[in-house]
Write a protein that binds this ligand. Structure first.
Ligand SMILES: *Cc1c(COP(=O)(O)O)cnc(C)c1O
Length: 374
């Protein structure tokens, strides 16, 4: 059997090695390492793929979230509603900008922020919502937009895990995640569904004025060179990364399908096992399975994981500690906040290997191992 990894970027590279190598060598020959042609080309291609007016590339997904929030003109102490059950980057940038993170519950079936919980958390200080399309499935954006419009709030989507995913509105129309709120943020971290060979990120928007501002902030607050209108930062996508991403973008739909096929295998294998809660598929969203995350019911997760480790089946806990319990946020006095659904998930979730290169032999070995332990 081919070796098992949580994500097999090596095999994925080797299937398109000649295309990637040529793209990289072309950039090396051009020596236009910063803001070279591939950066513009990739941004344009990604905008066309997503069906969004503007794509502004940047250095990583965390920067994308930070720059997005900087562009909204919020004041220190303004409240930003976000799930606690997410990767730390989502919530960290809120605190970094001296804004106040307001942590709310997720829907325990979809793992994404609960629109009803958002509504309950709104105060006169609330200015924005940052939903996370966790594990590759969209949050309920239609319900979130409704709340946001009613209360005049900004919506910044954390789309780091769901690039390529479609959200389906009740009127029958669909949009790609990351293009639905005011700004969508994504990451090209190597293990993400569209992964670079290093760091990278991007912001999307259909708003011309916001696009201009995002571009300026990512470039030291300047439009015209050496004339700095606002405090910004330096956040760029390298030409080499853009060239690689431009190659890989052509394969993104196939990558999503490969992940969905692996997930379908897992779903079938675990369908009759009461102790395994398989990922729920909401009718309003596709699922592009950045992770295949199950919840274990009535199982000692540590012992289960230890036995997987011993058999050579990789697994990960995303995420063992919810944001509101992190020491980082003690300053906000949220340690005692009760988020029972988030706690329930934190104690039960475990993610199994999923990537674009899985074969049936590997899937069978993993599912047989899981079932034999249970
Ligand atoms: C990966 C990730 C980020 C951050 O992306 P980086 O490129 O690593 O900075 C933000 N949010 C979520 C949900 C992520 O999974």
């Amino acid at each position: 059997m081919r070796p098992l990894y949580m994500v097999d970027t090596h095999s994925q590279y080797h299937r398109i090695k000649h295309q990637v190598d040529k793209a990289v060598l072309d950039v090396m020959e051009s020596t236009a390492f910063i803001n070279g042609r591939p950066v513009k080309e990739f941004s344009d291609h990604l905008a066309a793929y997503l069906g969004v007016k503007h794509v502004i590339p940047c250095a990583n997904g965390t920067d994308a979230l930070q720059i997005a929030l900087m562009a909204l003109g919020l004041q220190p102490g303004d409240e930003v509603i976000t799930p606690s059950f997410t990767y730390i980057a989502t919530t960290e940038v809120i605190a970094l900008l001296k804004l106040t993170p307001v942590f709310v519950e997720v829907d325990p079936r979809t793992f994404c922020i609960d629109p009803a919980a958002i509504e309950k958390a709104i105060t006169p200080k609330t200015k924005a919502i940052v939903p996370v399309h966790l594990y590759g499935q969209s949050a309920n954006m239609e319900a979130i937009l409704k709340v946001a419009e009613e209360h005049r709030l900004y919506v910044v989507e954390d789309n780091a895990q769901a690039i390529g995913c479609n959200f389906h509105f009740s009127d029958g129309t669909s949009k790609k995640t990351g293009t639905i709120g005011h700004i969508g943020c994504t990451s090209f971290y190597p293990s993400k569904n569209l992964g670079a060979f290093g760091d990278g990120g991007a912001m999307c928007t259909n708003d011309d004025a916001l696009a201009e501002k995002l571009k300026m902030i990512a470039n030291h607050g300047q439009k015209e060179r050496y004339y700095h209108e606002m405090v910004g930062c330096n956040s760029r996508l390298d030409s080499i990364q853009a060239a690689i991403l431009d190659v890989k973008l052509n394969h993104l739909d196939a990558y999503c399908t490969a992940r969905q096929e692996a997930a379908a295998y897992y779903d079938r294998a675990f369908a009759n096992t009461a102790s395994v809660i398989t990922p729920h598929k909401a009718d309003y969203s596709d699922h592009v399975y950045h992770q295949y995350t199950i919840a274990l019911e009535g199982v000692n997760r540590d012992a289960f994981k230890a036995r997987l480790d011993k058999t050579g089946v990789p697994s990960m806990i995303y995420y063992p500690v919810p944001a509101h319990k992190q020491k980082m946020f003690e300053q906000f006095g949220v340690g005692q906040l009760e988020l029972p659904l988030t706690s329930w998930l934190t104690e039960r979730v475990i993610s199994l290997p999923i990537h674009t290169e899985m074969d049936e032999e590997q899937l069978q070995f993993i599912t047989d191992t899981v079932l034999s332990i249970l």
